[in-house]
Design a protein around this ligand. Structure first.
Ligand code: HEM
Length: 493
């Protein structure tokens, strides 16, 4: 019988004789060692989670790509508790108590490097920048335009956009054809953003084509969410390859259109002008960067507001009782004439808007930030410097202990808002990097909800789809890109 030493020698001889064996064995051994390290010795090894994401970030890339990241992680929280390790260096947290340290206190932790994947035309934007100084100098120049005062001063113009959208919806509803309200709400969103921030109405609501002309541009940016977590160097190549092999005429045309729109805007803007591009030019930004910052607003401003308003419309059509209650409130208010309250002061209307923002899942996934050099201890759990932590609207908004029957559209819950509900409210993020346009977006939703109810346009409307399914990307994408209603005299679903 061969001794152990002899067997060892035979194996080594085999390896020397067949270099291919060592070529495979070496990386496999290294992979095994790295996996063992990540599971048992990594500074995040004490965080619970399934084996695969502890070993490799491919698990997270896969779920981001197929668009089920938020719901898969939701199930994991039920199994593993409030902290789940979703990649070797990343933890998803479903406890709203982390919002102040991660996002608010002293400016919050910095955004994760993967935000750079949302850079536009080679420029970091106010949204994508991970550098606080860079972001702050730009945000400072434009932030007055997002204030309540500035919005109030331009209120009539925003009402004008809303009125045109409702008129168009009335016209569409009379056609007895299926109406894609998502297309119309996206049109309102681009009109409101361009009217208020660029002082030039894009006028998407007047377009007669089947799909809003900026939609393919917006969808191309939404699709970046598939690759959100890739390291930027890898992302750049993947993005290049996708653009090359999946190029389509519609996207190219839409990209060119938006490029021309913002190009003309910037070219015609005097540096002293008080518009969004004017303020950036006056702050010393190049034409090229100013264009990129404007494109960012076209993307961010169209997608999330469009999705939220379409969700509100669909739910009002689904629940005629809630729609009637809303109508009663806005009509009673309108009857007061000169003494009517501002829409912001109508409790049920605001409850409808807030509930729409809670369940729309316009931004369902984690907002990832990086633990600073000092490390971070939260409720006795330590997170080392450099680990990526965050929470998501999906987790916080669908917590049944805070929002009973979380999947149901129940505006009434907001008539008695508890501290816990306010704490778990995350539609616009939180802290210094929360949505810069939350006042504008909320105003659009409030105005549109008021006009929809007063116009009676949703009388007899019925949702076409039994369910609206989404790809759970950073900005969600509705599968099929449609949220449809029909006015055919049949009873609601
Ligand atoms: C209902 C509509 C909207 C929702 C739900 C929404 C949601 C959000 C969320 C969750 C964030 C934080 C992202 C993060 O921390 O990673 C954000 C940031 C941002 N949003 Fe919105 N948004 C909406 C409308 C808009 C509009 C209309 C605009 C532009 C006109 C806009 C522009 C931005 C920008 C520039 C940021 C980055 C802010 C910063 O980092 O300083 N959003 N938004």
């Amino acid at each position: 019988m061969l001794s152990r030493m002899a067997i060892h020698g035979v194996i080594l001889d085999e390896i020397r004789a067949h270099p291919l064996v060592s070529l495979f064995l070496t990386p496999l051994t290294l992979l095994l060692i790295r996996s063992l390290y990540r599971v048992y010795f990594h500074p995040l090894s004490h965080i619970a989670g399934p084996l695969l994401p502890k070993i490799t970030s491919l698990w997270l890339h896969y779920h981001a790509y197929v668009g089920d990241e938020a719901s898969v992680i939701h199930l994991l929280h039920q199994q593993y508790g409030p902290y789940v390790r979703v990649s070797p260096d990343e933890v998803d947290i479903n406890d709203a108590d982390v919002i102040p340290p991660i996002y608010v206190s002293k400016g919050g932790f910095p955004k994760a490097p993967c935000y750079a994947n949302f850079d536009i035309d080679g420029h970091s934007t106010i949204f994508s920048s991970t550098n606080a100084e860079y972001r702050n100098s730009r945000a400072k120049a434009v932030v007055p335009m997002f204030s309540t005062k500035s919005l109030r001063e331009n209120e009539l113009a925003i009402w004008g956009c809303v009125d045109r959208m409702v008129e168009r919806l009335i016209e569409e509803s009379q056609s007895k054809r299926v109406v894609n309200v998502l297309n119309l709400t996206r049109s309102l969103a681009i009109d409101a953003v361009s009217t208020h921030l660029f002082r030039e109405n894009y006028d998407g609501v007047s377009e007669r084509g089947p799909v809003l002309s900026v939609s393919a541009f917006v969808d191309a940016f939404v699709a970046v969410g598939r690759f959100f977590y890739l390291p930027n160097t890898v992302f750049v190549w993947v993005d290049w390859a996708v653009a090359k092999w999946q190029a389509d005429r519609e996207t190219d045309d839409s990209m060119t259109l938006v490029d021309r729109f913002v190009g003309t805007l910037v070219a015609n803007t005097a540096a002293k002008s008080t518009t969004f591009p004017g303020r950036l030019l006056a702050a010393g930004l190049s034409d090229s960067e100013t264009k990129a910052q404007c494109k960012d607003l076209v993307f961010a401003g169209t997608d999330s507001t469009g999705m939220n308003l379409a969700t509100i419309i669909r739910n009002l059509a689904l629940y005629p009782g809630k729609y009637e209650r809303l109508k009663k409130q806005v009509n009673a208010n309108a009857a007061l004439g000169g003494n009517a309250l501002d829409v912001q002061a109508l409790p049920y209307l605001n409850a409808v808007v807030k509930e729409g923002l809670r369940i729309s899942m316009a931004n369902p996934t984690r907002l990832p930030h990086v633990v600073p050099l000092s490390g971070w201890t939260f409720k006795d759990t330590y997170f080392p410097a450099g680990s990526i932590v965050g929470c998501s609207g999906y987790e916080l908004h669908l917590n049944p202990a805070v929002f009973p029957e979380p999947q149901s559209f129940r505006p009434e819950r907001w008539l008695k808002t508890t501290d816990e509900m306010s704490k778990y409210w995350f539609a616009f993020g939180a802290g210094s990097r929360a949505c810069i346009a939350r006042n504008l977006a909320t105003m659009e939703l409030q105005f549109a909800t008021e006009r929809l109810a007063r116009s009676n346009v949703l009388d007899g409307a019925r949702p076409v789809q039994g369910e609206v399914e989404i790809f759970e990307w950073f900005n969600s994408k509705v599968k099929g890109e449609k949220i449809e209603l029909i006015w055919d005299g049949k009873v609601s679903l």
